[in-house]
Design a protein around this ligand. Sequence first.
Ligand SMILES: [Zn+2]
Length: 167
Amino acid sequence: MPGLLEFDRNCLMVLRRSLLAVAPFEGCALLLGDQDDSNSDKGCSIWNVRLIWPCCNVWEPGMSSLPEGSLDPNLGAELLPSRKCRFALDPREQLQAQRFAREHNWQVLGSAHSHPGGEAVPSVMDHRWAILPSLLVIVAGSGNVRAWWMTGVQPGQQHEVAHLGQW
Ligand SMILES: [Zn+2]
C-alpha cells in the first residue's frame, strides 16, 4: 500500500485535462511509475507517477457479468448505466501500457477515472469492479483529485492516500 502518491512534473495536470476532456462521459487512464519502498518498514512507501497513459472508455451495456443496478424512477434517467457513470479500460491498451512500463523499469501502479458529475470518492460500482487491493485515483468534475487504496467490494472499504504534485 502506498503511504504517499507523488505525481511527477505535469502529470496531475495531464490527468485532469485528459479525463475531463470527454465529459459528460467518464474518462480513464492508467498510472505508470515506480515504487520507492525504502521506507516501507515505517509504513510510508512512496509511489511515483511518472506517466499518465490515457485510455478509451470502452464500457458498453452488458459487457460485464455483474449486475448493472436498477433505475430509480425518482432519480431520473441519469442513473441508467452509461459511460456517464461507468468506465472500462480496453484490455489491449492495458497490455500496451504494461509493456511500455516494463521497458522503462516502471509498473502500472493503478488506474484513474473521472466522475464528471460527482465527487472524487469511489462509487458502489467502483467497489464492485475493483481489482483488490488496488490504487484508484478519481477526478471530480470540479477538478478535485483524490487517491484511494481499494481494499474491499463494499462501500467504505478503502483508505485515502495522500498525494503531491504540481497543478
Ligand atoms: Zn467511479
